[in-house]
Ligand binder design. Structure first.
Ligand code: GUN
Length: 303
């Protein structure tokens, strides 16, 4: 076993603190943005679209818009009723594509059932696809070309980089195969880069022997969307865990009657890990950093 792995196994658990890491990265983005504008570049401008009134989406989009203000970006928030048709929504996206002041466009998912995610994503100008969801962005990422990386996987890479975790040669098990998190994370962790250079296994709802596979993991990325899905018996000593889940569960001890938990049974798993992200306060905050990094890059491309 290489020394790096031995060092990880005997180190005490360290929290991968999304709040502190995001604060550090946002400070850097704010400085870079001020410098870019001082050098005659255009102010980054993010346009966000929200359809309907899903409370979780409201909270995420609100946080993205507030972060734009914090970093010195311009922002536009467009709200539409749940009843908007797909054609009407696509027309709104095309208007933003044609607006030279807008650098980045995001349409918060999930969308109402009568609107196709694929049609919406495919309509966004790839040059403004700061969520990194467009087939052009994902295709370039797959081929190792410069592209806007999907915001959540990008945020996780920024987190690993911030904590100077060298993932070379590690076995990374990604649980979940969504287009926006699980699948791109497998690509990014296996590419010839650091973070990256890992041996990657992708698992999903139909995987057999999930526990045995997870027990072989040096890194687990939990992105399956099921509360406390990864339990203590699935994690080997010294593992690194990135928990993408944000699940609201009942909790009678809370005033609200609910609380947020991840896809990992944090309380029972944490002492087995060398590094683990909490929920809330972990990967979620890093997603916004990924989005803001992409938006600044888009503004640079448009200057
Ligand atoms: N819904 C859940 N995560 C995301 C995200 O990163 N971007 C958008 N647009 N919608 C989401």
């Amino acid at each position: 076993m290489c020394n790096k792995l031995i060092a990880y196994i005997f180190a005490p658990m360290q929290l991968l603190d999304g709040k502190a890491t995001a604060a550090h990265i946002k400070e850097q983005i704010k400085k870079d943005t001020a410098e870019h504008i001082a050098n005659g570049g255009k102010q980054p401008h993010l346009a966000a679209i929200i359809v309907g009134n899903n409370p979780a989406s409201e909270a995420y989009v609100g946080s993205k818009i507030r972060t734009c203000e914090e970093l010195g970006f311009g922002s536009t928030l467009l709200r539409f009723e749940e009843s908007i048709t797909e054609d009407e929504l696509l027309a709104e996206i095309r208007t933003l594509n044609d607006n030279a002041d807008v650098d980045g466009i995001l349409v918060q998912l999930p969308l109402p059932k009568h609107i196709s995610d694929d049609s919406v994503i495919n309509t966004i100008d790839p040059g403004k696809d700061v969520d990194g969801f467009h087939p052009v962005s994902q295709g370039k990422m797959l081929l190792g070309q410069k592209s806007y990386l999907p915001a959540t996987p990008y945020g996780m890479l920024l987190m690993l980089e911030h904590y100077k975790i060298d993932t070379t040669g590690m076995h990374c098990v990604v649980i979940g195969r969504s287009n926006i998190v699980g699948t791109p994370m497998t690509v990014l962790m296996s590419r010839n880069a650091n973070p990256g250079n890992a041996t990657v296994t992708i698992c999903h709802s139909r995987t057999k022997n999930l526990k045995e596979i997870c027990l072989q993991a040096d890194i687990i990325v939990a992105a399956i969307g099921r509360p406390k899905f990864v339990t203590e018996d699935m994690v080997k000593d010294g593992a690194i865990i990135l928990d993408v889940g944000i699940n609201r569960i009942d909790d009678a001890t809370r005033k609200s009657g609910t609380r947020l938990v991840g896809d990992v049974d944090f309380d029972n798993v944490k002492d087995k890990c060398n590094f683990i992200t909490p929920v809330p306060g972990g990967v979620g905050l890093m997603t916004i950093c990924g989005l803001m990094m992409n938006t600044l890059e888009a503004a640079k491309q448009h200057s």
